[in-house]
Design a protein around this ligand. Structure first.
Ligand SMILES: [Zn+2]
Length: 226
């Protein structure tokens, strides 16, 4: 039987009594950065778990906070009862009472006021990596300001699968124009299929080729007459 003082002085990490699925715990971040080493570091002055200054000042991300909740739940029930028994009032929801702030688009919000959808979007946006082709387009057209959101949503313009695939391949620069095919030795010359004078790059094929230009003019003419 451990006394209250005894429990509060127990080390959290690599403790043979504090086990999760039969294993003792160690989280370097919580130990080194947040300075959590003893059970007492997790408990507030009025014996509320995760209400201590160290925890509140740690500015944890939700996933780090959940990790810490896991640590608390690994503390033996008997110890937790001893700690809670010391508290003046019995709080049935120690985790909910202390508000937890999460950053959403650079501003802090109370976790309880944030919808799961917003939270999901926030975390997803942190993981999002722009396609490599996007960097390539930016590099080639430095002066153009491009609204990528608008461009990627352009896939909804058509229901035609072939056109959608073409749009996708165009945005990711995976259209095999003659300049690429020439590099792979699939054609004898890198020249344009239509005009035969210039090298067939993506840009040449879709914009700068004389034949393409003529094609767009006809399309525009038809479109404006509709
Ligand atoms: Zn051409």
């Amino acid at each position: 039987m451990h006394s209250y003082e005894d429990i509060m002085n127990q080390f959290v990490w690599n403790n043979k009594y504090i086990l999760s699925e039969g294993k003792s715990l160690y989280h370097a971040f919580l130990h080194n950065t947040c300075g959590i080493s003893k059970v007492g570091d997790l408990v507030s002055k009025d014996n509320i778990f995760l209400g201590s200054e160290k925890v509140l000042n740690a500015k944890l991300t939700p996933s780090q906070y959940f990790l810490l909740m896991g640590v608390v739940s690994a503390i033996p029930n008997e110890w937790r009862s001893t700690i809670k028994g010391k508290s003046v009032h019995v709080d049935p929801h120690p985790f909910i009472e202390d508000s937890f702030q999460v950053p959403i688009r650079g501003e802090m919000f109370d976790l309880s006021s944030v919808s799961s959808k917003t939270l999901y979007r926030e975390f997803r946006s942190r993981k999002e990596i722009p396609p490599t082709a996007q960097a390539k387009f930016k590099e080639e057209y430095l002066s153009l300001s491009i609204d990528w959101k608008e461009i990627y949503s352009a896939v909804n313009v058509t229901l035609d699968t072939k056109l959608r695939v073409f749009q996708y391949r165009l945005l990711n620069r995976i259209i095999f124009t003659n300049d690429k095919r020439f590099k792979f030795k699939l054609v004898d010359l890198p020249s344009c299929t239509f005009c035969k004078t210039n090298e067939e790059s993506l840009e040449h094929l879709l914009f700068f080729c004389k034949i393409t230009e003529f094609f767009w003019k006809i399309i525009l003419l038809h479109a404006t007459q509709m």
